[in-house]
Design a protein around this ligand. Structure first.
Ligand code: GLA
Length: 371
């Protein structure tokens, strides 16, 4: 096993938090995520045969072995499918040893899977001199997750993990993957973004995610538009009778969320954090009432944060559990954490975990050794 210690390439990629623009990446909307400081590292080494070996630094004796010739979408397995999916999507034909390490909280809705995919993709791109740019890598890692793993995610998580830069949120236009960096320096304004992992993992997540996508697609086909990006709220209201109640509500969320995201960029540029907070809270209400993907734990975290002085709070990510965020003055954070922990205890919810993070750098090549 000592050969694991002499890598060819080491690459890392971060998890993410989405400030605003939730569940609109697959409707060709705008999203405003940033990379968090928690990262996944992939250490890669070429082999001279067709064997793939994968292990994680946390369980070093647990080596998963596969053959490069047998990679096929839909194969059963655990977390290693995210790695194998990227190898498959990048059409690698040679054997590789891969060791994974990292500190992105698992199951918290902070995109540990995108961090894993993107760290591996950046490593493979370098090791095999594939010459793929970040946009191509985002599309290929999304393909790995959609087709190989079978999760119908949009393009946001992989894009931000690859393209983010420290100190900024990333405005991503999910129609063409163009990006604009929006400076996001909360500390200078005495603010902090608290991440509350509710530790709730309600079943249904994948099925409900796919249903939301389908409702948006059927709304588009009835409205005869190619995506919800092509219509504004007044046009939606005017054509309400074409849609059923579910399609109307889902479309209402998506269209209003796209508008909120662009407003958030404006107020962020003016450092108007009170307005940013209000938009963040409106996003939560829309996700809760129109998109119907919140849950008791997320609503509790948001309500308690707002009651204890947060400027804004909302659920983030896919929904039905995972994390919420609260934007608050630094001096208010401990009180908010304590109040949420108390409320969770009273409601007999699982104890929440708290994180915080500055906007951090996207995927990076850490080391390439010439042999
Ligand atoms: C998950 C998906 C993303 C996005 C979010 C919701 O994180 O992977 O593509 O759709 O949910 O905004």
């Amino acid at each position: 096993m000592s050969e694991w210690l002499s890598p060819d390439v080491i690459a890392s990629a971060p998890g993410r938090v989405n400030l605003i623009g939730e569940h609109i990446d697959y409707s060709q909307g705008f999203v405003l995520p940033f990379a968090i400081s928690y990262r996944t590292t992939a250490t890669l080494r070429r082999r001279s045969d067709q064997v793939i070996r994968i292990r994680s630094k946390q369980r070093i004796d647990d080596v998963i072995t596969a053959s490069i010739t047998e990679l096929a979408p839909g194969t059963h397995g655990g977390w290693e499918r995210y790695v194998l999916g990227v190898i498959w999507a990048l059409e690698i034909r040679e054997g590789i040893d891969i060791e994974i390490d990292g500190d992105v909280p698992l199951g918290a809705g902070l995109s540990s899977s995108a961090a894993l995919e993107c760290a591996v993709a950046v490593g493979l791109n370098e090791m095999f001199s594939l010459g793929l740019n970040k946009k191509e890598l985002a599309l290929l890692t999304q393909k790995a997750e959609n087709v190989y793993v079978g999760v119908p995610c949009g393009i946001m998580d992989q894009s931000v993990s690859l393209m983010a830069e420290a100190g900024s949120a990333l405005l991503l236009d999910c129609r063409d993957l163009s990006t604009t960096l929006v400076p996001f320096d909360l500390g200078a304004s005495g603010l902090e973004l608290l991440i509350i992992d509710t530790q709730a993992h309600h079943a249904l997540v994948d099925g409900e995610y796919a249903k939301r996508r389908q409702a948006c697609e059927s709304a588009c086909s009835k409205l005869q538009i190619s995506s919800l990006r092509d219509i504004d709220i007044s046009a939606l209201e005017a054509r309400k009778e074409l849609l059923n109640d579910e399609e109307f509500k889902r479309a209402h969320h998506a269209i209003s969320e796209m508008a909120r995201t662009l407003q958030a960029v404006d107020v962020l540029q003016q450092k108007d954090f009170a307005s940013l907070g209000a938009l963040i809270t409106q996003s939560h209400i829309s996700l809760r009432d129109d998109y119907e993907i919140s849950c008791a734990e997320l609503d509790c975290a948001v309500d308690v944060a707002l009651a204890h002085g947060a400027l804004g709070a909302r659920m983030v990510g896919g929904g039905f559990g995972g994390s919420a965020i609260a934007l608050a003055a630094q001096g208010q954070i401990e009180e908010i954490k304590g109040a949420i922990a108390d409320a969770f205890r009273s409601a007999q919810f699982t104890e929440p975990r708290f994180f915080t993070s500055l906007p951090s750098a996207g995927a990076q090549l850490i080391k390439k050794l010439d042999r």
